[in-house]
Design a binder for this molecule. Sequence first.
Ligand code: MEZ
Length: 543
Amino acid sequence: MFSQEMMDSIKKIEATRQSRIGADLRRMTADEKEKLLKEYHPDFVEDGFSTLEIGPNKGDKVPHELADLLQANSRLLDLDNYKDLSELEAELIEPDYDVDVLIIGGGGAGASAAIEADEGDADVLIVTKLRMGDANTMMAEGGIQAADKANDSPAQHYLDALGGGHYTNKPDLLHKLVTEGPDCVKWLNDLGVMFDKDSDGNMITTHGGGTSRKRMHAAKDYSGAEIMRVLRDEVMNREIPIVDFTAAIELILDDQGKAAGAVLMNLETKEILIARAKTIVIATGGAGRLHYQGFPTSNHYGATADGLILGYRAGAALLYADTLQYHPTGVAYPPQIFGALVTEKVRSLGAQLVNCEGEAFMNPLETRDVSAASIIRECRTHKKGIATAEGEGVWLDTPMIEQLHGEGTIEARIPGMMRMFGKYDIDIRKVPILVYPTLHYQNGGLKIAADGMTDIENLFVAGEAVGGIHGRNRLMGNSLLDIIVFGRNAGKNASAKCKAVETGRLSLKHVEAFAAEMAAAGIETEKVSPLLLPSYTHGREND
Ligand code: MEZ
């Protein structure tokens, strides 16, 4: 199972384990962190980025892969059953769906928005390109932050997230996140999420990287799946209509430039459908499947930045689209689960990051950007990584957890991790895990105000497609929190707003205008967007 090099190194890990337990691993200074990030974090790799030539963020840099999609051809310009755009525009008069609130995306943010919009008596429709719950929410493991303990406060939570985000978080968005956190965890608990609790019924909370208080609430190490289970049930119980396997491929504006619906495509039949709506919530999630800079990803199959493309082509601005989160502990070995998430909770429980010599090279609770950069340095410059067929990695010393907290802790607190590695005959109670950074989260996204609305009237955004809440680096557990806080917020505000909306004549003129802007800038490309699904066939579709 393990190579000889790995076996030899594991012996060194075992030999140094006892001396590392209780060792005071110094936290880096701000200057050390800044230097480390500039040298090793992928956000600072100059040739990973292109400068946008058109659109609201013209002049800004974003990853090449995203730039190629933001400046690509609309799918509407190349539809089999329509001669040209005017033929499709003629169909806008008789939409297939006509609702108050259209929610694009079936993850945690979309579900939360739908529940609150329904609660606000709006007529709601969810469209999702896969199935309800096929989303990054489902993949989140370690927990959700909320400052609801006596020794904590939203102000403390604010300061932690602000420091972790390099002081670039939008203050009003961060304020909302932390002040509404406790109520959102209570809302989830009341809906039926089975959070870990002690024998007195109190929530068990742990630290995450960069937190000054234990405020991570978890459902073992499948917190996102548990939250999604409950949200999906709630959507079903309320009989909110869901159209699945159907992607939004373009937004529709009205003749006053306000958002007024979306063009949908059934992914199985390729049928085109028109949805008219008074307000729209984009909740399409992240972009891990764009594999920026060749990184593997912890994201679900549909994470292809679609919402950013839809919003941008309609004229909505992006914020911090040049900053991504590489989760420090993606699986480096075995290859069958390369890039999968090893939850930060493993480090919260005390497992150290250790190089091939058995040396702990950083405090395990540094923030994610710093931890990822530190692992890359350990491998690339210090040459203390372990080689694998896919690249390299460092050890995450999981057996330490049971030495610190007693036998049975791993099975009780991180059973998902134990099962995932167990399938490949790796018992994480006995041997460490090999890890390397994996593309995990889109820190940036569409710019919103505190009510969740973009620069485009009636267009709301929630969840990972939003930029600005977390600044340039998100702390663990603030994403599960943001999908709930900002999902509910968008749902409430979209349903309240729709009562006063008088939709004008539906139009796709912005699609033509964007194509003209591309032509004027001399951008010629075969690419069409949104991507919808990634391709792993590398041109071998017919093999
Ligand atoms: O917030 C996250 O990204 C998260 C909880 C991930 C994890 O490490 O478990």
